[in-house]
Structures are given as structure tokens and as C-alpha cells.
Design a protein around this ligand. Structure first.
Ligand code: 5GP
Length: 481
């Protein structure tokens, strides 16, 4: 039986009141989930937001769903009701048998039959969802859908407000840090981070992962460890999941006496779920990890002046593998000479060549710049072997104005290679002065000075495993410009 218009109206009024209250984002969304589920006579509801990379769904509020259902594993936006990404309403009549449901077995075990997914749209683009769950198979009326679309609009405003709040807070913290001329470790917050952490050390860990552009999910899965009859008697929920590494992480920066208990649970988890990759990080592991990435008390000097990370190590590796695949395909059946300019290209060259499925040889040149503006290029080390009649691929770290590459290409062409192409990891197109042909490009970078993964500033930073934006004025002892 459907509700009357007046009844929907009064529930919407109530939801609006909560949305406009001083409660936390989580509490507001829990309350809305409850009102929405009750309004359409459903058994459960949850309100979800996309993560910043729009790859996963994060629960912000829920009602009527068990913990095991809520934490059944990472919810992939492309596998779980994927049409919502395109802003469509999705109805699932039988959750246990529909391929648009990512965990049909869990839905079956938890007695969930029908699911209705409503997109939360911001300026026409999906940024999250409302999901309604029922135990009995059932349909939803037009009035139900229209009511839920209005609730989704309210959620969009709540998300936007929370995001703005977060942005202002980060902006304030960043400007405070800049004022003190120390390193800035904030990300540009373009998407809502709705996670509420159980412990401050978890929040620190999330910030570290954000800084290094490492994707993370907080407590996405609970692992049942012990059953009493049909009932789960013990569960374990690791703190983080890192999808790029397919790794669960449990932090133990708390009291060491909890460690024994956690180790026991971990052993049990590994025995029951051997396919799951999990690591326990204690305080010293955590500090070592921070130091490895130049963050925290042990590694402060390593990334001094690096404002933010543009490309994480994992992202660079993925892109390099893709470039290598394209190059191997284009040169199938041929031999290739890779030519690099020292020293910036060392990391890129070393990684790229390992993924080429072709016979390759290597050669390097070295150059120096002179002239009043430092724009005139001089070759200080030429090629070891002749490239006449060979297929040559010029491998570059970064193309900025294009002057260097232009000079080198004319030098190499004079040796009459069979072909000459260019592969650059970074393309700073905004600063181009000479039009040089680029055949393979890793990333187009903004007009910023970048370091890491071979790229230097005054000879340093080449060993960073990622690429970050450097602000030399943030380096201690440097006068602000
Ligand atoms: P171009 O001749 O294209 O202006 O400059 C190319 C060279 O300038 C690169 O090979 C690199 O050595 C240097 N360069 C240009 N932009 C950057 C940058 O953002 N970071 C670093 N480390 N070097 C850069």
C-alpha cells in the first residue's frame, strides 16, 4: 500500500530538519537512512558516497543492516549496481541472482531480496547513492521513487556542505603551515572524505596514504573467525584495505598488550582465508613506513619542500607498463635502440625497458646548458654506437619547452636512423615553445616544478619513488620568493 502525498511531505520535512541540524555527517545520514527505509516500508537503507577516485563506495549512514552485510568487502562502483555511475535508478528484483550485485551470496545469506539504487547527483553527475533493501521480493511505486529522488537531492546538498567544510579546514591548516614555512602535507580536497576513524593514529595513517596518492578504504570487510551454530561468535575487521596492493592493514599503535590478541586473530584469519593478504603494522613498522616515504619524524628531510604527490609509485608503474605494451605492439618483429639523456631518465628507462617484449639495446647521451638564459644545449657525451639504419626510440623524463628535445632530435636525425620516435613520461604541454612530435606520453603534467622518480632539484630528490610538486621556498633555510 502506497503512502499519501501528505505523508511523504511530512517525512521530507523531518529529513530536511535533520539535514539542517548541527549533528555529524554520520548521524545525519543514519537518521535519513532510517526515515527513508520506513517511508517506503523497506527493511534497510544505506547512504553511500564515491571515494575520491570514483572507484569504490563508502558507507556514510545506514539503517537496518547487519554489520557483516555492511562490511562484506570493498564495494566496487563498476561491479555493484554499475548503472548508478551514469545517474540511472537501478532496481534489482532478486539480489541473489543478479549479476549487477557484487556479493550475491552475502545478500542471500542475509535474506536480502530486492534492492533499489537511487543516484545522488551533483550538477548532473553521480557522487553517491541511496540503497533501499527489502527482505520480501517487491516492486517500488513511482511515488516511492520520486520521494527517494528528493531525499537523494537533500543528500547531495549535505555532501557538498561537508566537502566544503573539509576543504575550508584543510585550506586553513595548509595556510597555517605555509605561514610557518614548513612542509605542506595536505591534498587538494576535491571529494568528500566521509570516514570517521576510531582512533587518531588511523586518521594519521589515512593522511599519509592520501599524501602519497595511495588509494585506501577504511574497514570495508569483516572476517568471521568463529561460529556458534549459525551465529558468528567472533569477527575481525582490519583497519584499512589498499586496493592497489590488494592488502589489508591492521594498525597496532595502541597498547602492546593488545598485540598478542591481534596476532592470534591474524593467525586465525590467515588459516581461514589464505587468499587474503594482510599485514599488522605496529608502531615501529608504522614509523618505518612513514620514514620510507619521507613522512613523519624519521624522514622529514627526504621530501622537504614537496608540496604534494602527483603520481604514486603504483600509478607510475601501471602507466609505464601500459606504455611498454603499446611500444612492444608497435615495434613487433623489430629491434629497437633506446636512447636516453642522463640523468633524469634513469628510473623511467630502467622500468620501461624491463616491460618491453622486444630485443632492445641501450645508449645514453649527456648534455649541458649554457647561454645567458641557460637555453643553449651542448652535447657533453655522445652515443657509443651508430644508429644509422636502426629504429630509434628517444626516451625522455619530461618535455617542458621542447628546446632540448628539438635539438637532440635534429642531432639524431642527422645519423639517418630507419625511424625515430619519442616516448616521454611527462609532458608539460602548457610551457611548450617548440612543437616537437611526441609518440608516447605517460602523463600530461601541470605547469609546476616536479621532482622524484629520476627528476632532480639541484641534484637531489631523484631517489623519491613517486613524482611530487616541489616548492623550493618550503625548504628550510630558503628565503621565500
Ligand atoms: P625543455 O628543453 O623541454 O624546456 O626542458 C627539458 C629539461 O628541463 C628536462 O629534461 C629536465 O631536465 C628539465 N625540466 C623541465 N621541467 C622540469 C621539472 O618540472 N622538474 C625537473 N626536475 N626538471 C625539469
Amino acid at each position: 500500500m502506497g503512502r499519501s502525498r501528505a505523508s511523504y511531505y511530512s517525512i521530507l520535512k523531518q529529513i530536511n530538519k535533520v539535514a539542517n541540524s548541527a549533528l555529524s555527517l554520520k548521524k545525519i545520514c543514519n537518521s535519513i537512512a532510517k526515515s527513508a527505509a520506513k517511508a517506503v516500508q523497506a527493511n534497510g537503507c544505506r547512504i553511500l558516497s564515491f571515494n575520491p577516485q570514483k572507484e569504490y563506495l563508502i558507507t556514510i549512514g545506514a539503517y537496518g543492516l547487519s554489520d557483516i552485510y555492511l562490511k562484506k568487502g570493498p564495494l566496487d562502483v563498476h561491479k555493484s549496481l554499475p548503472d548508478i555511475l551514469d545517474g540511472k535508478v537501478v532496481f534489482i528484483a532478486n539480489a541473489a541472482k543478479d549479476e549487477r550485485v557484487q556479493y550475491p551470496k552475502v545478500a542471500l545469506a542475509q535474506g536480502i531480496s530486492s534492492i533499489l539504487g537511487i543516484p545522488v547527483l551533483e550538477k548532473g553527475e553521480a557522487i553517491g547513492e541511496i540503497r533501499i533493501y527489502t527482505r520480501e521480493p517487491r516492486q517500488f511505486s513511482e511515488a516511492d521513487r520520486s520521494f527517494l529522488l528528493s531525499v537523494a537531492d537533500i543528500c547531495a546538498v549535505i555532501f557538498e556542505r561537508a566537502e566544503l567544510h573539509q576543504l575550508l579546514e584543510q585550506d586553513y591548516k595548509a595556510s597555517e603551515k605555509r605561514r610557518k614555512s614548513s612542509r605542506v602535507s595536505s591534498l587538494p580536497a576535491t571529494t568528500l572524505r566521509p570516514t570517521s576513524f576510531a582512533h587518531p593514529s588511523e586518521e594519521d595513517f589515512a593522511k599519509l596514504l592520501d599524501f602519497y596518492c595511495i588509494e585506501w578504504l577504511y574497514e570495508p570487510r569483516s572476517f568471521p573467525l568463529r561460529w556458534e551454530g549459525d551465529k558468528i561468535a567472533e569477527m575481525f575487521t582490519p583497519d584499512f584495505y589498499l586496493p592497489e596492493l590488494d592488502l589489508y592493514i591492521e594498525l597496532t599503535t595502541l597498547k602492546q598488550n593488545l598485540l598478542t590478541e591481534k596476532n592470534r586473530k591474524l593467525r586465525q584469519l590467515r588459516a581461514l582465508y589464505p587468499e587474503v593478504n594482510i599485514r599488522l603494522l605496529n608502531k615501529s613498522d608504522f614509523l618505518k613506513l612513514l620514514a620510507k616515504y619521507g613522512y613523519g619524524p624519521l624522514g622529514e628531510a627526504k621530501v622537504e619542500g614537496v608540496d604534494r604527490v602527483l603520481y604514486s609509485h603504483a600509478k607510475i608503474q601501471r602507466r609505464v607498463r601500459t606504455l611498454a605494451r603499446h611500444i612492444s605492439r608497435d615495434y613487433t618483429g623489430q629491434r629497437l635502440v633506446l636512447v636516453g639523456i642522463l640523468k633524469g631518465v634513469v628510473c623511467f628507462m630502467a622500468d620501461l625497458m624491463q616491460h618491453l617484449s622486444l630485443p632492445v639495446t641501450l645508449d645514453f647521451m649527456a648534455i649541458s646548458y649554457y647561454g645567458s638564459d641557460g637555453q643553449v644545449v651542448k652535447i657533453t657525451r655522445d652515443l657509443d654506437s651508430s644508429i644509422t639504419g636502426q629504429h630509434v626510440l628517444m626516451v625522455e623524463d619530461i618535455v617542458d619547452t621542447g628546446m632540448t628535445l628539438n635539438y637532440i632530435l635534429s642531432h639524431l636525425s642527422a645519423h639517418n636512423p630507419a625511424s625515430l620516435r619519442v616516448c616521454t613520461l611527462l609532458d608539460k604541454r602548457a610551457r611548450r615553445l617548440v612543437n616537437v612530435p611526441l609518440d608516447y606520453v605517460g602523463f600530461e603534467v601541470p605547469d609546476e616544478f616536479v621532482v622524484g622518480y629520476g627528476l632532480d632539484y639541484k641534484g637531489e630528490y631523484r631517489n623519491l619513488p613517486f613524482i611530487g610538486i616541489l616548492h623550493p621556498e618550503l625548504i628550510k633555510g630558503t628565503k621565500p620568493r
